[in-house]
Write a protein that binds this ligand. Structure first.
Ligand code: PLP
Length: 497
């Protein structure tokens, strides 16, 4: 054990935990979990059964999990690889859910969290802050574009979006524009699962059905999806109509009623849509001209995923009024997120002795989570992970674009370590197969059988950790190539060369 890890040593000496040796590092496991730690490894089937009996998996169909695919319980991770309770290795092709940017098994992050938790885990976020949260706020201000510098901490991406939206709405009221309450979002976007974030999300049908009526005052416009342009136009002759549609909506609603526009720089969860270069700068110019705030949602894009610290940086000079971040901020080692504001946005909240934000979250700026994020950022810098994402992404682009030789690969799009492949029945008509079709299910089965975990539907999402080795990148491409070929053969389609 490292001598400087006194927090851990003390915890062990105090009987609070045991150290699980691993090379020259040790991982602290609480005493009461120690026996389970070994027992769990000895009994993968019982573990799977227990998962089926007690865990409610988010968003998934239960029958599919329980009776068809089987519940998969993971036990450990290393770099870009995951190992389930049976010891089977998988490539984590989606970094969990676009989360584990620094890769799995970073013991120094675990140590940083353990040390911080042993020293001080929590103080009220409604009244105080703590040392790692202050340091993290400074680091975030250092890395975010322009003068984004005021950090409102929360625990996850939905809370970050919820917070940014409330900050925008309250800002408008405090500035004397009480009628500016509407939010403009884009179809095809994903902003989260809490009520406000869900209402902003651009696919209302599944949510409206069960949870409606959704939040009022939200308007949706076209998203910048060139492959399936809602206007039937082609870039550049389209004159970036998708950005102009935002202005048309603001004007139609009346600028004096609109609080903010929210957009992911690269809309990911529903399709990985990289906008044309003019799009984000146009959103900035349009919103500014109408006194509407711009929130850029970097929950997936942020912290290196696109080959820049933030995807906003692909539009040099653009600074949103508010930016949201989560996932890659701690690479998933702890739940931590933030809504980050410019000084001008914070100003009315700090103008006099009565001003305050009417919104708080208990775990915002949790000390152990902040310690994890700080160590994560230190690793990013030390290992040049963001630059690596850019270089590896440029390499991968060629391999992924080669897959267009398949008659069923309609589009390949992405940047850095954020990619998507869209399947079609016919490249001319762009007709979809459907997520439940035999073709898509065959691709899903084949990729998983070959050890690649990702999210497969009409669009396959790809976002392995930024540390992924070149040979693993090639392996992912090969696995996909084989799976697509198998699915095409099953449909009687001749694979192109
Ligand atoms: N915003 C964006 C752009 C996202 O992609 C997501 C989740 O994928 C969220 C917000 C919600 O984040 P969370 O699931 O951490 O609440």
């Amino acid at each position: 054990m490292n001598d400087d890890k006194t927090g851990i040593r003390e915890a062990i000496e105090d009987g609070v935990g045991i150290a699980v040796p691993d090379g020259d590092m040790s991982l602290l496991i609480p005493q009461e979990l120690a026996s389970a730690y070994d027992a769990d490894r000895a009994a993968p089937q019982q573990m799977t059964q227990a998962a089926l009996a007690h865990v409610w998996i988010h968003t998934r169909n239960w029958v599919e999990l329980a009776e068809q695919e089987g519940m998969r319980v993971f036990d450990r991770g290393e770099g870009e690889f995951l190992y389930d309770v049976y010891g089977t290795q998988y490539i984590d092709g989606l970094s969990g859910l676009w989360v584990v940017n620094a890769g799995h098994g970073r013991k120094e992050i675990a140590h940083a969290m353990a040390e911080q938790a042993a020293k001080l885990a929590y103080v009220s976020s409604f009244a105080f802050t703590n040392v790692p949260a202050v340091q993290l706020a400074q680091r975030i201000a250092q890395f975010t574009p322009g003068d984004l510098e005021r950090v409102f901490f929360c625990s996850g991406g939905s809370e970050a979006v919820e917070s940014a939206m409330k900050i925008a709405k309250q800002y408008q009221v405090l500035k004397g524009y009480g009628k500016r309450y509407k939010m403009i979002a884009r179809r095809g976007s994903y902003h989260g699962a809490t009520f406000g974030a869900m209402s902003l999300t651009g696919s209302r049908t599944p949510y409206e059905k069960y949870y409606g009526p959704l939040m009022s005052g939200v308007r949706h416009v076209a998203w910048p999806n060139c492959y399936r342009c809602e206007f039937g136009l082609t870039y550049p002759s389209c004159n970036v109509q998708c950005a102009r549609a935002v202005e048309q909506m603001i004007e139609f609603e009346g600028p004096e009623t609109v609080a903010a526009v929210i957009a992911e720089p690269i809309s990911t969860a529903q399709g990985t849509v990289v906008p044309v270069p003019e799009y984000i700068p146009m959103l900035r110019e349009i919103t500014e001209r109408h006194g509407v705030l711009l929130i850029l949602d970097e929950v997936i894009n942020g912290w290196g995923r696109t080959g820049k610290y933030f995807a906003t940086e692909h539009s040099p000079g653009v600074v949103p009024d508010l930016m949201t971040m989560a996932k890659g901020l701690s690479s998933g080692y702890a739940p931590i997120a933030a809504a980050v504001a410019r000084p001008g946005i914070f100003e009315p909240f700090s103008a006099d002795a009565k001003s305050a934000i009417s919104h708080g979250i208990t775990f915002g700026g949790h000390a152990a989570a902040a310690a994890a994020a700080l160590k994560n950022i230190e690793i990013f810098e030390r290992e040049g992970l963001v630059e690596r994402a850019a270089t590896m992404g440029a390499y991968w682009k060629t391999g992924l674009h080669d897959l267009k030789k398949h008659p069923t690969v309609g589009d390949v799009r992405g940047i850095g370590m954020l990619w998507a492949i869209e399947f079609v029945k016919n490249k001319e008509t762009k007709e979809r197969w459907g997520n439940d079709s035999a073709f898509i299910q065959c691709i899903k089965r084949e990729t998983e059988r070959d050890g690649l975990i990702t999210r497969t539907g009409d669009i396959v999402q790809l976002a392995p950790p930024l540390v992924t080795k070149k040979e693993t990148i090639d392996r992912i491409t090969d696995i996909l190539d084989r799976a697509i070929t198998a699915a095409e053969h099953a449909e009687g389609i001749t694979t192109g060369m």
